[in-house]
Design a protein around this ligand. Structure first.
Ligand SMILES: C[C@@](CO)(OP(=O)(O)O)[C@H](O)COP(=O)(O)OP(=O)(O)OC[C@H]1O[C@@H](n2ccc(N)nc2=O)[C@H](O)[C@@H]1O
Ligand SMILES: Nc1ncnc2c1ncn2[C@@H]1O[C@H](COP(=O)(O)OP(=O)(O)O)[C@@H](O)[C@H]1O
Length: 281
């Protein structure tokens, strides 16, 4: 048996360039892993794929992305063993934090170790792209610019230290609905990833914060006006901008040090239920 950790991500920039013939959207986004994670215990078993978890808000059958990943891996490696997966779910579900994608990526890494199949991370990422657009990034973690539908990655090795306060409003958002609600005006060729990477590489925290942006946000706020209300309340209480991750509804704030992060975290906990304090990894 082995243990794998599946980290959540936030989007520091997210630009949509246009709709593709396959129904997906061409994106350009800077993704960053944070140290909020699920834990997976992965082992061989007699037959079939079994997932056990205390989480009651996700399917534990073949619809679970960890299951889909295990099935895809066994098929690729031509292995007939059964698999058991224990899943401790700490990443909020359907939140724009890629929790399911990260679980899938952790299963690919874990099974590669368990069966000593020797696939490279690039090979696992390629397999991951068939499971979901965010899975290839989650195979590597860290920081990367993701293009295409999210699967074409340029990894970024920066030393920026930043704390992240993640707030999950009680709103349930469908990623497909958000992409589907984009208007042509919300899709442009202007991308912010280059400047964002420069600020990360320079360790320029203030510049980085000023560049955080997400082109899906207007669509999410139009379909779910509560998200705009939560964001407005948070930014007016704290006197600083609040950002949205992925298709939402998760909002986040960035802080340059632990003291400031803790102060914001304490203030937000007074009126929001689901708040997490974490860091870039
Ligand atoms: C918005 C983002 C930003 O990181 O993250 P989340 O909010 O899901 O965390 C991603 O683009 C989400 O990636 P992921 O959640 O893996 O998407 P998928 O399962 O591949 O696709 C779900 C649906 O979203 C739409 N989709 C997804 C990716 C993309 N580049 N264009 C799209 O139009 C499609 O309608 C697709 O059917
Ligand atoms: N292991 C998993 N963890 C979370 N959600 C999962 C998982 N497997 C499948 N899902 C389903 O995937 C959908 C998206 O979940 P998630 O990956 O958490 O969000 P997002 O794509 O917004 O980052 C949810 O509707 C959930 O039911």
């Amino acid at each position: 048996m082995l243990v794998e950790r599946a980290y959540a991500k936030i989007n520091l920039t997210l630009d949509v360039l246009g709709r593709r013939p396959d129904g997906y959207h061409e994106v350009d986004m800077v993704m960053q892993s944070v140290d909020l994670s699920d834990l997976l215990w992965i082992d061989k078993s007699d037959a079939g794929i079994r997932i056990e978890s205390g989480a009651s808000n996700i399917p534990l059958d073949e619809r679970n992305l960890a299951y889909v990943a295990a099935e895809a891996f066994l098929r690729k490696a031509n292995i007939s063993s059964g698999i058991s997966i224990g899943l401790e779910k700490n990443i909020p579900v359907a939140a724009g934090l890629a929790g399911g994608s990260s679980d899938a990526a952790a299963v690919l890494r874990g099974l590669n170790r368990l069966f000593a199949t020797g696939y490279s991370l690039d090979e696992l990422a390629e397999l991951g792209a068939s499971i979901g657009s965010d899975v290839p990034f989650c195979v590597y973690g860290g920081c990367a610019v993701a293009r295409g539908r999210g699967e074409r990655l340029q990894r970024v090795h920066h030393q920026m230290r930043a704390w992240v306060i993640i707030i999950r409003p009680p709103v349930f958002v469908s990623t497909a609905d958000i992409y589907g609600a984009l208007t042509p005006k919300q899709m442009t060729q202007v991308v912010r990833s280059k400047s964002m990477i420069e600020s990360l590489m320079d360790g320029d925290f203030e510049r980085m914060v000023g560049l955080v942006d997400n082109r899906l946000r207007p669509a999410t706020q139009r379909l779910y006006p509560e998200v705009a209300e939560y964001a407005e309340r948070l930014s007016s209480t704290l006197g600083q901008p609040v950002h949205m991750s992925g298709s939402g509804p998760t909002l986040f704030l960035l802080a340059p040090n632990e003291r400031r992060a803790q102060r914001s975290y304490n203030a937000i906990r007074g009126f929001m239920k689901e708040v997490y304090l974490c860091r870039f990894i």
